[in-house]
Write a protein that binds this ligand. Structure first.
Ligand SMILES: Cc1cc2nc3c(=O)[nH]c(=O)nc-3n(C[C@H](O)[C@H](O)[C@H](O)COP(=O)(O)O)c2cc1C
Length: 193
């Protein structure tokens, strides 16, 4: 028996990220979990859905830049802090060690094992949120999270977000190989299913 949940968005867990901006000349970091991946290929884009009242939005619109920093499990406290307090009345510029890329307008977090420097590509004006789509212009990755030159999530240990239970989760075990496990279901090979 299915119960209707009134169009509730159930697309969780989502990876939690820290978005870096410069607002009124000061670095600011805010926690965002409503992120999206788009146009994977040579030009890569990321979207973030940020409530219009957030301090960060001012900086993204003014500078046309932002960074996406991926916190690990050991940064969960700082991650939550950046999602509780607003840069409007709290200086969040000193929580992390910061570095900049070429553009100098998107502060990035040294402790975060992966950072993506993004140039604002488009803003979609939703009633309550700005959907910022950024083109990734550079990605910085701590060498220690690479296995055979690919980012290894078991080393990144991302912080997963569940809006419904207001809970952070951690990654479990790998399940199966993509573009591989499904091959066994091909017509004619299905006798065992
Ligand atoms: C785990 C977590 C995830 C969040 N995800 C989002 C989100 O996706 N979009 C959003 O607008 N706010 C989100 N927030 C709320 C903002 O991070 C929070 O209101 C923050 O204080 C805004 O900071 P700012 O005003 O300095 O930009 C989230 C908060 C937490 C704790």
């Amino acid at each position: 028996m299915k119960k209707k949940l009134e169009a509730l968005n159930c697309l969780y867990p989502m990876p939690t990220v820290l978005v870096g901006t410069v607002v009124n000349g000061r670095p600011n970091f805010t926690t965002i979990a409503h992120v999206g991946i788009m146009n994977v290929g040579k030009q890569n884009y990321i979207s973030i859905s940020s409530w219009k009242g957030h301090y960060s939005n001012i900086g993204i619109k003014e500078k046309g830049m932002f960074s996406i920093n991926i916190p690990s499990e050991d940064m969960v406290e700082e991650t939550d802090y950046c999602g509780i307090f607003s840069g409007k009345d709290t200086d969040k510029s000193t929580i992390f060690e910061i570095f900049y890329g070429e553009m100098k307008a998107a502060p990035m977090i040294s402790q975060a094992l992966i950072n993506m420097e993004c140039k604002l590509y488009k803003t979609i004006d939703f009633p309550a949120h700005d959907l910022f789509i950024g083109e990734i212009i550079e990605t910085y990755c701590d060498e220690k999270v690479l296995t055979d030159n690919a980012v290894d999530l078991s080393k990144v240990k991302p912080v997963l977000f569940d809006m419904h239970r207001k809970q952070y989760w951690k990654l479990g075990e790998p399940l199966a190989k993509c573009w591989d496990i499904g091959r066994g279901l091909k017509k004619g090979d299905m006798q065992n299913h």
